[in-house]
Write a protein that binds this ligand. Structure first.
Ligand SMILES: O=C(O)c1cc(=O)[nH]c(=O)n1[C@@H]1O[C@H](COP(=O)(O)O)[C@@H](O)[C@H]1O
Length: 281
């Protein structure tokens, strides 16, 4: 089996070549119906195929949301496997959005499911939750390093309730979200061009200048589009860290389907606006 270059290096190159946009593959039941599809496995498959055909190889990253596949059981998961494989074959990096997080011994099994080379759901990176303690993620960190994969750790999430946990202040004076960023900076120390251990930081959160976002790794930024953030907001949120931001848009692009050309136009528009926001000083 070929050895993969570390995720951080592969992601940096893809961002430089195609721009940093990540398009989320979120087959909501309502979107399937809007696209004239049934809310069933055949609809799920057609939807996923269409998004991959329209955008894989065009955008740097795609992020399938596992829950929408799991809700159909094993046949849905089979569609997820195919979707990941087809997007990767087309040359797009795949971040599996499964938000896994467990005690260390079973975290190792989740890591094996998504980050072990040759696993049916192997993905370039996985979203993980550190709220059983950052240290509980160690098996996933270790396997990601071995496989050339990456992680995106939920640090400051885009939803309004996130602050209930993430703004809690620890004994050392750091709030929980800031502490997650600090763990990731340590993970990525010395890596060039950047490390493989990213943070999820919502684009909806307003000015984050009180946080040290310089983690020498990617910042996955959901919230652009349907959740109300715009590409023009990104500089105000991320400041000098904007060069490492991977903005995610799911419904904002997907609502333009099912025509391939309309999906591509929408994705290109977001990509252009994001590029302009990154370039502006
Ligand atoms: O990890 C994520 O991707 C994520 C974290 C977060 O803080 N907020 C957030 O919206 N997401 C995901 O990003 C996607 C956002 O979708 P849209 O709101 O349709 O663009 C969904 O798949 C969410 O689960």
């Amino acid at each position: 089996m070929t050895v993969l270059e570390p995720f951080g290096a592969r992601l940096r190159r893809a961002m430089d070549e195609r721009g940093p946009l990540c398009v989320g593959i979120d087959p909501h039941a309502s979107l399937l119906l809007d696209w004239g599809l049934n809310d069933d496995v055949a609809g799920l498959e057609r939807f996923s195929r269409t998004v991959v055909e329209a955008l894989a190889g065009r955008v740097a990253v795609m992020k399938p949301q596992s829950a929408f596949y799991e809700r159909f059981g094993s046949r849905g998961v089979a569609v997820l496997e195919k979707t990941v494989q087809e997007a990767r074959e087309a040359g797009t990096l795949v971040v599996m959005d499964a938000k896994r997080g467990d005690i260390g011994s079973t975290m190792a099994a989740y890591a094996a499911a998504f980050l072990e080379k040759g696993a049916p759901l192997f993905s370039d990176a996985l979203t993980v939750s550190p709220y059983l303690g950052y240290g509980s993620l160690q098996p996933a960190v270790d396997l990601a390093r071995e496989s050339g994969a990456g992680l995106f750790v939920l640090a400051l999430t885009s939803n309004p309730e996130g602050g209930q946990v993430q703004h809690a202040v620890r004994e050392d004076g750091l709030n929980v979200g800031a502490a997650m960023l600090a763990y990731l900076a340590a993970e990525n120390a010395g890596e060039r061009p950047m490390g493989s251990f990213g943070a999820v930081v919502g684009a909806t959160l307003g000015d984050l200048s009180s946080y040290d976002l310089d983690i020498n790794g990617p910042l996955l930024a959901p919230g652009v589009g349907a959740q109300g953030a715009t590409p023009a907001d990104l500089r105000g949120v991320f400041g000098a860290a904007l060069g490492n931001v991977v903005p995610n848009v799911s419904r904002g692009v997907l609502r333009h389907g099912p025509e391939l050309i309309a999906l591509r136009d929408s994705s290109d528009r977001f990509a252009d606006e994001i590029r302009a926001a990154v370039a502006a000083t």
